[in-house]
Write a protein that binds this ligand. Structure first.
Ligand SMILES: Nc1ncnc2c1ncn2[C@@H]1O[C@H](COP(=O)(O)OP(=O)(O)OP(=O)(O)O)[C@@H](O)[C@H]1O
Ligand SMILES: [Mg+2]
Length: 260
């Protein structure tokens, strides 16, 4: 086990937002976190990377309480791409990606060749090499999202946490970004809304509803019409496609399926 939560709770505004969640991700596997808006996905991810402190329970990295690790040690292991990441508007693309190198550098040290290579490699991986010097504020929403992923990659983490990384991305970049994340072979927890993408790319899926973990397992075992109806209130049909891939078809009100 690398990253795990044990009966973790977190409250805000007088409400229990994360309600006793126990989960873990296997090394070098991709765990998908799904659930309706407001079900607690982002809150849980913030607990996992210690941006928020648990009210009870414990988050562990290699069986150690992450509260016992220094910020720097944690940042050398784990990178987080937020749902709505913002940054200083005066920065350029490479400045933003450079921020990912902070945990690897001694205070006041000059930039090393290794730092520059990590930055260039990260930008190459998200297909933004030619935007190296572009001012951040001139980027499109999807380009900003990819720069934040590059920043996380420049951090060279072993654990990667992403909160809706496909937000703002066109379909080609949704697919290429998830394929890239998968190819990296890191231990990864990713919140996703698209059930088909979650099913296609994730090894395991955890489903949140009103702050509780209501299902966990392989995509085909978890993403059943019954669960999707109960958790999302949506009717679906599941189709078996080529290569064992499944496709979830959403049934719109009044659409009763194929005509006889
Ligand atoms: N600091 C806070 N104060 C009060 N309520 C909060 C706070 N943070 C989160 N919440 C509430 O907790 C609930 C869960 O929020 P969270 O952002 O974790 O949901 P989510 O599953 O990520 O949703 P989405 O799919 O919309 O991103 C929401 O109802 C939200 O309003
Ligand atoms: Mg969220």
């Amino acid at each position: 086990m690398t990253l795990a939560t044990h009966d973790v709770r977190w409250s805000a505004g007088g409400h229990l937002i994360v309600d006793g969640i126990t989960l873990s991700v296997e090394p070098n596997r991709m765990l998908g976190l799904i659930g309706p808006n407001g079900s607690g996905k982002s809150s849980l991810l913030r607990l996992l990377c210690r941006m928020r402190k648990v009210a009870s329970g414990v988050v562990t990295l290699d069986a150690r309480d992450i509260g016992d690790l220094s910020r720097r040690d944690l940042a050398r292991r784990l990178a987080f791409v937020e749902q709505q990441a913002t940054t200083d508007v005066h920065l350029s693309v490479c400045d933003v990606v450079r921020l990912g190198r902070t945990p690897h550098r001694a205070a006041f040290a000059s930039w090393t060749r290794e730092d520059e290579e990590a930055i260039d490699h990260a930008l190459e991986r998200v297909g933004l090499t030619d935007r190296h010097d572009q001012p951040w504020h001139t980027l499109s929403g999807g380009e900003r999202q990819r720069v934040h992923i590059a920043r996380a990659l420049a951090q060279e983490p072993r654990e990667l946490i992403l909160d809706e990384p496909t937000n703002h991305l066109d379909i080609q970049h949704q697919l290429s970004t998830l394929a890239l994340i998968r190819r990296l072979g890191l231990t990864c927890i990713v919140a996703l809304h698209d059930l088909n993408l979650a099913s296609l790319f994730c090894d395991r899926i955890c489903v949140l509803s009103a702050g509780k973990l209501v299902a966990a397992g392989m995509p085909e075992a978890v993403l059943t019409p019954d669960l999707i109806r109960r958790v999302f209130g949506v009717e679906v049909r599941i189709h078996d496609g080529a290569g064992g891939r499944r496709h979830i078809e959403y049934i719109i009100d009044g659409d009763q399926g194929e005509t006889p």
